[in-house]
Design a protein around this ligand. Structure first.
Ligand SMILES: [Zn+2]
Length: 446
């Protein structure tokens, strides 16, 4: 996934490793070290006499992976690395920080993604520590990956907006014949417009017209478009005309747990979520536990984010609409089930209530609802921006600089950073509107 996400996964992996760390005090020993290079990764396996207690970190310049084994006796000799190995150039010992520990240093040939985990004894195998190093794809020259990374910084936070129902599925139908599917699309489009106008945010509609989409297609679309957040727009209905008011729904814990169970059975889904880590998750009990722990924590993060945004939305909706429920509600909705994307569902009002049906049809009310949802999501991400987002950069106190690229104008940059052309000119002491490629501009704080 995206770099912020993989960073998150890395933190999770570190955390899981701490859980794995054994509470044994007797001295451990490295009995053997095996190297198994493959096309995509290099696996180094340490055979140990006991469950390893370990930690690791990466050092730059030169690039090294350092693994510390606590309270462990080292092997007399480490295996040599084949010449011109793609990922590792050398494995050696180094002086450990702690007494009785063993420090192993992997000298690396290029950036890799280490995945490190312990395995319990099975059959003829003893306790093991597995170090998987994923090399960069050979085909990608360094220059182009640098370029890619540069483009990915200051990225937009992507909000997937899902207009409920559509096509053959009209959703609920109001007393005067209003279809829910039309109302949801109108509000979704208004919300998308607000988001796309905001520097650092962009919207992705799961449907932009009146057609039918399966629930799975809706979440799959959000995933392929790398959405940070998923919001589904609906209008409620009841058998009697009386109930009214808006409500916000989040994923229920029970549903979350059953979804995690399903993802664990599905290798393809695992790899969508876990990226490189999924490849190493095989069928042993220990590794299944690792996969479950990762999924649990990802789901936990999604649910927490979903709930926090839902709370913001409830407090904003209160200003513009009657509320049916004063708190976010947990529910078993089919569309809310991605462990990797925080998701909520907004019931904008009761289409079965004649007064609200009338209201929901007006541009004025639709706009107020869209705005309440927009302001809430924006506020959440201003407080909690992903590391690689423009929001994160704007949150920093440091002055922001921008290197002018081909085709960029002052008005374009003003819109991107949420400032004005005159403010840009003033801060940079520009006499006219001409920009040069490579020119570095200071961006005033909004
Ligand atoms: Zn609906």
């Amino acid at each position: 996934m995206r770099s912020a996400h993989s960073k998150y996964i890395n933190i999770i992996i570190m955390f899981v490793l701490l859980v794995f760390a054994a509470q044994t005090f007797a001295k451990n020993a490295i009995n053997n070290v095996r190297i198994r290079p493959s096309a995509e990764s290099t696996r180094v396996v340490f055979d140990l006499s006991k469950k390893p207690e370990f930690s690791y970190f990466v050092l730059q310049k030169p690039l090294r992976l350092v693994v510390d084994f606590e309270n462990t006796k080292q092997l007399p000799k480490l295996p040599a690395i084949p010449k011109k190995h793609r990922v590792i150039s050398k494995i050696r010992y180094s002086k450990p920080k702690k007494k009785n520990a063993t420090r192993v240093v992997f000298e690396l040939n290029g950036p890799t993604k280490p995945v490190i985990f312990a395995l319990a004894p099975t059959g003829s195998s003893s306790n093991r520590l597995v170090v998987d190093l994923y090399g960069q794809k050979k085909a990608a020259p360094v220059k182009s990956t640098n370029k890619k990374r540069e483009l990915k910084r200051d990225r937009d936070i992507v909000i997937a907006i899902d207009a409920g129902h559509g096509g053959q599925d009209p959703g609920s139908i109001g007393p005067s014949g209003t279809f829910e599917k039309h109302i949801t699309l109108q509000i979704a489009k208004r919300l998308a417009k607000l988001i796309n106008k905001e520097p650092g945010m962009s919207a992705q509609l799961t449907r932009s017209g009146d057609y039918f989409l399966k629930l799975n297609t809706r979440t799959a679309k959000a995933r392929t478009r790398r959405a940070d957040f998923f919001v589904s727009i609906h209008a409620d209905a009841f058998s009697s005309p009386k109930p009214r008011g808006a409500s916000v729904w989040t994923l229920s814990l029970r549903r979350a747990n059953s979804e995690i169970g399903k993802w664990l059975e599905n290798k393809e889904k695992q790899s969508q979520l876990l990226g490189g880590a999924a490849g190493v998750i095989k069928d042993t009990e220990n590794e299944k536990y690792l996969a479950k722990a990762l999924l649990d924590m990802s789901m936990d993060h999604s649910m927490k984010t979903g709930f926090q945004v839902a709370e913001e939305i409830v407090s904003e909706l209160k200003k513009v609409a009657k509320l049916h429920k004063k708190r976010p509600q947990a529910a078993n909705f089919g569309v809310l089930k991605s462990p990797d994307i925080p998701s909520i569902l907004v019931e904008t009002g009761f289409i079965s209530n004649p007064q609200e049906e009338r209201q929901l049809k007006t541009a004025y009310h639709q706009q107020r609802l869209a705005n309440a949802v927009f302001v809430s999501i924006k506020r959440y991400y201003q407080k909690n921006p992903p590391d690689d987002s423009l929001f994160a950069r704007l949150k920093e106190q440091k002055p922001l600089h921008h290197k002018v690229k081909r085709g960029e104008s002052l008005s374009l940059l003003a819109a991107r950073y949420g400032t004005t052309v005159s403010a840009l000119k003033k801060v940079n002491r520009l006499k006219n509107n001409t920009l040069h490629i490579g020119q570095v501009l200071t961006i005033p704080k909004a």
